[in-house]
Design a binder for this molecule. Structure first.
Ligand SMILES: Cc1ncc(CO)c(N)n1
Length: 223
């Protein structure tokens, strides 16, 4: 069995629960409160700044030029593709770029990004990829699930664009590339090392769920 299949099986329950979360259902059904979506968009924007940095770390840790270039491309895509989607949404709600970057991270957002940045700074490339893979992979799964289970959701005037981005073949091919890379990086690795990677993947899958739940509930600093 491929290592990525083992990772997938380990988190099936968590991802399944995410697919049934009211925030995700609201996106699919098109009746998610705009207030909640704005909350998500702002938190996700600052999340993506740190997420982009992970690709810079990965590029530096790569041992061949092709991998180095692929991570540089991902860094670029995040800054100018994915974050542009957020900037366009923000503009619709009259939120300026200055206001977007000034968003204060909630405890869960901060904990999630600190976790990944710590792995990025101290861990191997395989560790880093294991920690960041649930971001890309779980979003692609959500995108595909929404298109399959909520026909026409990708045409929704507000949420359609979001769904089209994350269900797109282009996004899927980036996720697939990362999955394949991790399978290559882990070939022949001892069980003890693999278990550490499984733990990273499980932890950030949990954080992904918690991120959705946080923006739905409006969790923030209590004081
Ligand atoms: C929290 C989070 N995880 C993953 C993605 C996908 O890149 C995103 N935009 N935000």
């Amino acid at each position: 069995m491929k290592f990525s299949q083992l990772l997938y099986d380990n988190v099936q329950e968590i991802w399944e629960k995410t697919h049934h979360h009211p925030f995700i259902n609201g996106l699919g059904a098109g009746n998610l409160s705009v207030e909640y979506f704005i909350r998500y968009m702002k938190q996700d924007y600052i999340f993506l700044i740190d997420y982009a940095k992970l690709f810079a770390f990965a590029s530096a840790k790569a041992t061949d030029l092709e991998t180095m270039g692929a991570f540089a491309k991902l860094l670029n895509e995040t800054l100018h593709g994915e974050m542009e989607l957020h900037r366009q949404y923000a503009a619709k709600f009259s939120i300026t770029n200055e206001q977007l970057v000034a968003t204060r991270a909630t405890p869960i957002n901060l904990a999630y990004t600190r976790y990944m940045l710590t792995v990025a700074q101290n861990g191997s490339l395989a560790e880093l990829v294991s920690a960041l893979l649930p971001c890309m992979w779980s979003y692609w799964e959500i995108g595909k699930m929404l298109v399959a289970n909520y026909p026409g959701s990708d045409e929704h005037p507000l949420y359609g664009e979001w769904i089209r981005m994350y269900s797109s073949e282009e996004f899927g091919s980036l996720a697939t590339w990362l999955i394949d890379l991790l399978d290559k990086l882990t070939e022949g690795k001892p069980k003890r090392e693999l278990q550490e990677l499984e733990q990273h993947f499980l932890t950030t899958s949990r954080y992904e769920y918690m991120f959705w739940n946080m923006v739905y509930k409006g969790d923030d600093w209590p004081v």
